[in-house]
Design a protein around this ligand. Structure first.
Ligand code: ADP
Length: 469
């Protein structure tokens, strides 16, 4: 597998290379084509000029002299052309390659090497163009111009061409280097945060939730990714801490009653304590308390999972509340607290929900109202139907809950102001379980409370499937 940075560099560099090469080749070709056109038209003009000069000599009446033609021929040789003139009756008046065989060959060889330097693979050869010397229907003879073709350049033209070609390639190369550097910087900029995020994800995978990506990216998507990974790590860290704290708390809560039971039993075994009915009762109470705590933990684990298994059946909510209340009658009477229930609507209807779990919601609320209300207090329970919800309210005039504690009491193991509740038996999981159950039924739970005045817990449960009776 390749690294993202290397992949990006490879892809972008290849693209740029293709782009630059295409650009360089196209511009060089376009330039060469235009330049060759220009050279060819120059050559045509040169040839026309030579032919016209010779024609003028013929038109003046007599055949041109050797000296006159020699002067034109030398000039032509300087321009890379071998000049020959024949009369119309094929009498050769001059042939420069016969006069200067060595110079002519040298000149052709030079032309060949100049052409080769521009087009290394082009196969050139000696070529001749024949022009008729004609005027007003009279043919005087022929001019033949020999050269190294298909195209020939003067030394200056070849140098110019090579310089232009080199500068095109040099610019392309420089452009390639510069864009290569830009690509490298860009690829690093894009890949660095991603590789940091990926390193971080590996760290998280290895259980190090304290890892944190501490830099900002200007790319929205990458910044979002960084934020998500950071918050994921943070949440996992909190979760891990919470789990740790939870097991510490559970162990602590269980150890106290267990130690008490253990020391009492050991005292009895060592005959330090007599085995009395009171001691056995107290042991029984402690063990019952431990069992209840373990059941609470069980319930909490069961209701904390994201998918609580609900076993739904039809029941009448009003009856469920009335039954629960009657079970509490004794306990309420012992504290001389009055417990009242009122249904605020007339129809009777079935409610489809997990009856057992809804029952524990009602038990928790009524039991808390009892625990946190002083003697001679009052607890009022109401059941109402609003919109498409059941509303259960449990209102007491007990010790109340402070503003700061209100949001926290639904948290696992949280108990408000320890000094006020420490006398009251409790474990701090009842409301967490209650909330989990209510939420699993798509409902909500809220509390209104004032210290010293009392609390009102309001449970909202969607009606679900209801059969009017
Ligand atoms: P527990 O009652 O076992 O401590 P809960 O989860 O049922 O645990 O309640 C959490 C905390 O909320 C309690 O410790 C108490 O401080 C507060 N609380 C619950 N119900 C009431 C109430 N009716 N009046 C005052 N405080 C309450």
């Amino acid at each position: 597998m390749n690294k993202l940075k290397h992949k990006l560099i490879f892809v972008y560099t290849t693209l740029i290379l293709i782009l630059i090469t295409t650009l360089a080749l196209t511009s060089s070709k376009v330039f060469m084509d235009n330049f060759n056109e220009y050279v060819a038209s120059n050559r045509e003009k040169e040839a026309e000029n030579i032919v016209n000069q010779v024609l003028e000599l013929f038109k003046s009446g007599s055949e041109p002299t050797y000296e006159e033609l020699y002067a034109i021929g030398v000039n032509a040789l300087d321009n890379g052309l071998i000049f020959m003139v024949n009369t119309d009756y094929e009498n050769q008046l001059i042939c420069m390659s016969d006069i200067f065989p060595n110079e002519s060959n040298l000149m052709l060889a030079k032309m060949e090497s100049t052409l080769e330097s521009v087009y290394p693979h082009l196969q050139g050869e000696y070529q001749e163009d024949k022009f008729v010397l004609e005027d007003n229907g009279t043919t005087y003879g022929y001019v033949t111009l020999g050269y190294y073709g298909p195209i020939y350049y003067t030394e200056f033209e070849a140098m110019f061409l090579k310089a232009v070609k080199h500068s095109i390639y040099a610019t392309g190369f420089a452009f390639f280097i510069v864009s290569g550097i830009i690509v490298y910087v860009l690829a690093r900029k894009i890949s660095e945060p991603i590789s940091r995020v990926s390193e971080m994800a590996t760290e998280i995978g290895n259980g190090n939730y304290k890892a944190n990506i501490d830099f900002k990216s200007s790319t929205v998507e990458i910044q979002n990714l960084i934020d998500s990974i950071n918050s994921l790590a943070h949440n996992l860290e909190i979760n891990q801490q919470a789990k740790k704290q939870m097991s510490i708390n559970y162990t602590h809560e269980l150890r106290t009653p267990l130690t008490c039971v253990l020391t009492t039993i050991e005292g009895m075994q060592d005959k330090v304590f007599d085995i009395t009915d009171e001691r056995l009762d107290s042991l029984h109470q402690e063990v019952t308390r431990i069992t209840k705590m373990i059941n609470d933990v069980d319930n909490l684990i069961e209701t904390s999972s994201s998918e609580i298994a609900l076993t739904k059946n039809d029941f009448i909510l009003e009856e469920l509340i009335e039954n629960t209340i009657s079970n509490f009658e004794n306990s309420y009477a012992n504290k001389n607290i009055s417990l009242n229930f009122k249904k605020l609507f007339n129809t009777d209807s079935n409610y489809l929900a997990d009856e057992e779990k809804i029952k524990s919601v009602v038990i928790n609320l009524i039991s808390n109202a009892l625990k946190y209300t002083n003697e001679n207090g009052e607890v009022n329970v109401t059941l109402d139907k609003q919109d498409s919800n059941y509303i259960i309210k449990v209102k007491d005039n007990g010790i109340g809950i402070s503003k700061e504690d209100k949001d926290l009491i639904f948290e696992n193991l949280y108990r408000a102001d320890q000094s006020r509740v420490k006398e009251v038996e409790g474990f701090g999981v009842g409301l967490t379980i209650t909330k989990n159950i209510v939420v699993a039924h798509n409902g909500s739970i809220d509390v209104n409370s004032k210290i010293g005045e009392g609390s009102e817990f309001i449970v909202k449960l969607p009606l679900g499937r209801v059969y009017e009776k």
